[in-house]
Design a protein around this ligand. Structure first.
Ligand SMILES: Cc1cc2nc3c(=O)[nH]c(=O)nc-3n(C[C@H](O)[C@H](O)[C@H](O)COP(=O)(O)O)c2cc1C
Length: 311
């Protein structure tokens, strides 16, 4: 449908240790937290089905065979032969780093571009060297450190939702930005209408991290569901089993528009999301950047410094 370059994104690590050993009793312990929610939505709690793993190797084969122009990934670094094959086929690779150390490892693996993802970001914390809880670097700190450490282009991600964020990210050393939450609020996104409404409501200022939506640490708007998942004693299955289980509640909650029970994926800048269309959002970014940068330039050029000099 497009002659423009586009990216596809994969998760290099697709399951947590323990996913294959997780049994029916673990399933029932985790179901205990979710079954009342499913029943309150008029559904029947699911019964246990054994885990059928999906494989990164199969997914990346499809992507390479289709010659997707850009391959971006999180949660690890693909094997060397995959990255070599991408390079040979002219597929640009973008790897996500949540800490400066991860950025260095991505550069060592010859990844073309590094997305430095601060902990403000919506969605999962795609850490791979240390636990996500120990990789909560903010964008403002992460981007300049990564820019200093690597020679490849850096894309800033996390908390950027308008032209101000883009200009700031470029000042910090980024050569591009990745925006998630603000696009999630647009009608073109896959988010449900209740989710989009919440993002645009001005009441999305309170987000939190939880493993309860999928089994891996991720950020969403704090609501009844997120609080229930983070409550002490709530049993969470390893990724992706928790995700499969949660679908039995999130689908019906979305269809019923029950916003307090929907996993409301969002980053800390959700309240900066103002546009309901991707076209409008992009136009506002493109129009805002030169205005802002001119304003900044003028401020630095005309203000006398502490020595009474200008310029
Ligand atoms: C609902 C949601 C799902 C996401 N899924 C992925 C994903 O599968 N892979 C990925 O690399 N990043 C994913 N992200 C992260 C975005 O690509 C982006 O880096 C992030 O949203 C930027 O922060 P922001 O939400 O503050 O704009 C996701 C973000 C959101 C909000």
């Amino acid at each position: 449908m497009t002659n423009k370059p586009f990216a596809m994104n994969l998760w290099v690590s697709m399951e947590d240790p323990g996913a294959r050993r997780s049994d029916e009793s673990a399933f029932n312990r985790s179901l205990a937290a979710i079954a009342p929610i499913i029943r309150s939505l008029g559904g029947e709690p699911p019964s246990y089905t054994p885990y059928a793993p999906m494989r990164f190797a199969d997914q990346v084969r499809v992507l390479i065979d289709a010659q997707v122009p850009v391959f971006s990934f999180i949660f690890g670094i693909p094997p060397r032969e995959i990255l070599d094959e991408c390079r040979a086929k002219g597929i640009v690779t973008i790897g996500a780093a949540t800490t400066p150390d991860e950025a260095v490892e991505l550069q060592k693996a010859n990844v073309d571009v590094i997305a430095a993802s601060g902990f403000e970001a919506g969605g999962h914390r795609g850490s791979f060297l240390r636990a996500p809880e120990e990789s909560l670097t903010g964008t403002f700190s992460l981007v300049p450190q990564v820019a200093d450490l690597v020679s490849v282009p850096v894309v800033a991600a996390g908390g950027i939702a308008d032209a101000r964020g883009i200009v700031a990210a470029f000042a910090l050393g980024a050569e591009g930005v990745q925006i998630g939450t603000a696009f999630l609020a647009c009608e073109e996104s896959g988010a449900s209408s209740a989710h989009r409404r919440e993002l645009l409501s001005g009441r999305a200022g309170h987000t939190a991290l939880t493993s309860g939506f999928t089994g891996r640490l991720a950020r969403g708007i704090k609501n009844q569901l997120l609080d229930a998942m983070n409550a002490p004693g709530t049993a969470i299955l390893p990724y992706p089993l928790q995700r499969f289980l949660m679908r039995h509640a999130s689908g019906p909650a979305e269809r019923a528009g029950r916003e307090e029970l929907i996993p409301m994926w969002a980053g800390q800048s959700a309240n900066l999301a103002r546009h309901a269309s991707a076209h409008e959002l992009l136009e506002s970014l493109v129009a805002g950047i030169p205005v802002l940068s001119d304003r900044l330039l003028a401020r630095f050029q005309t203000r006398p410094d502490h020595h009474g000099m200008t310029g």
